[in-house]
Design a protein around this ligand. Structure first.
Ligand SMILES: Cc1ncc(COP(=O)(O)O)c(C=O)c1O
Length: 403
């Protein structure tokens, strides 16, 4: 087993919460909503279920029944899960634009007579730290539309290029932080008549993010099915959060799907941009933002303001919140890259790996035995993780994993 370099540098804070057992989770994030999104995704050329990897030897080493990883680095060749949300929201937006009923529409209908010409007039705009922009560029290519993608200052040029390489998107790196870049995208959409497709919600901008979140559910439906085929259900699910849209959507789905036997959901964030953790800690029920210009290697999770739609879900249904140093993500990346003998290696980037880093630390380090107990982790635990990205910044990835 890899040994850690002591728990001082591998910092992790945990807040326990009591999930509301009798509360119903939002209906529009239930099995039906998820099935509709999945039906659309299945119609996209090249759609394939992503693998669910059983880290059997690691589970044995860490003393739990099973650690399962849904490997979203394999999604649509995009190296991250995000394209699920962008493509589904574009589908819904274009159905609305054309006056079509999404229930009776499939991807192939967009190739019908005269439709491509209409679609080629449409421009989508978004702000992104990378993966969502790639999904939007991919979606623009699928539907034959245009796309304009803004990135916060300091964004990786590799990530910007990857967006351009994925589809027709024009990419601009701004000098603003993430939240300000989102605001700029909104202003530009107003001025230029472009369609804003943003993966977070605020007052007055909720329908499109809801579609994005529903799109993410395809991976949750697949994972639940893959576990069911093995005859098991998760006792714990660790979800990484930026604005918390993905984590909130998946949490709501899990609460609906496993109504009689809900898993404990642990929300995991970088300590520099832990807006969900901060909001939970405030204990006033409201969402709070992290101010300033946070720096973390977990680019996909570097968001200072919780998504308006999903914060209540995370507040009411999560069983705990984790705030992690960057070294925890790096530790997770190395554990994935250098597996126990007999386990499959997984390529996992900074935002993808933090949940395994946190889980492995809590399970293996005596210093975290209280947290392990509070999380209810033990020999019967079946833990689901989502590797939300592969090596989306290959240079950083190599630098970290080679250490
Ligand atoms: C790889 C990766 N994981 C997780 C997330 C978190 O998603 P959300 O911002 O919905 O919390 C992101 C967001 O961009 C991401 O890129």
């Amino acid at each position: 087993m890899i040994t850690t370099d002591g728990t001082n540098s591998l910092r992790l804070e945990f807040i326990r919460s009591r999930a509301k057992e009798n509360l119903e989770a939002p209906e529009n994030l239930n099995d039906d909503a998820a099935a509709q999104a999945m039906k659309f995704h299945q119609g996209i050329p090249g759609y394939q279920e992503t693998p669910l990897i059983f880290l059997e030897q690691l589970s044995r080493c860490l003393g739990v029944k099973g650690i399962f990883v849904k490997d979203e680095s394999k999604r649509f060749g995009l190296n991250a899960f995000k394209g699920l949300g962008g493509t589904y929201a574009m589908f819904r937006m274009l159905c609305a634009h054309l006056g079509w009923d999404p229930k009776d529409t499939a991807y192939k209908d967009f190739q019908g007579d005269g439709i491509p010409q209409k679609l080629s007039q449409i421009t989508f705009i978004t702000a992104t730290d990378g993966n969502h922009g790639k999904g939007v560029s991919f979606g623009a290519k699928l539907f034959g539309c245009k796309a304009y993608v803004l990135m916060p200052g300091g964004s990786s040029v590799h990530r910007a290029q990857a967006i351009r390489d994925t589809g027709p998107a024009v990419v601009e790196i701004t000098e603003k932080n993430y939240d300000e870049t989102v605001r700029l995208a909104w202003e530009m959409s107003r001025k230029r008549g472009w369609l804003l497709i943003q993966d977070t919600a605020w007052e007055g901008y909720e329908e499109i993010p809801y579609w994005i979140i529903q799109g993410y559910l395809t991976m949750a439906v697949e994972a639940a099915g893959q576990l069911e085929r093995r005859g098991i259900a998760p006792t714990h699910v660790f979800l990484q959060a930026g604005v918390g849209a993905m984590a909130g959507g998946v949490t709501a789905y899990l609460m609906n799907h496993y109504r009689q036997n809900r898993p404990a959901v642990m929300i995991t964030e970088p300590e520099a941009a832990a807006c969900i953790f901060l909001s939970a800690k405030a204990k006033d029920g409201r969402a709070h933002s992290v101010e300033g210009d946070p720096q973390t290697i977990m680019a996909g999770l570097n968001c200072g303001t919780p998504c308006k739609i999903t914060w209540p879900v995370l507040r009411d249904f999560a069983s705990g919140y984790l705030s992690c140093a960057d070294s925890v993500a790096a530790f997770g990346m190395r554990r994935y890259a250098e597996p126990e003998e007999g386990d499959e290696a997984v390529i996992s980037g900074e935002s993808g790996a933090v949940t395994l880093g946190a889980l492995a630390l809590v399970l293996q380090e005596k210093a975290f035995s209280r947290q392990k107990e509070q999380m209810g982790l033990g020999k019967d635990s079946v833990i689901l993780l989502i590797n939300t990205e592969g090596d989306t910044d290959p240079e950083n990835y190599r630098g970290i994993v080679a250490k």
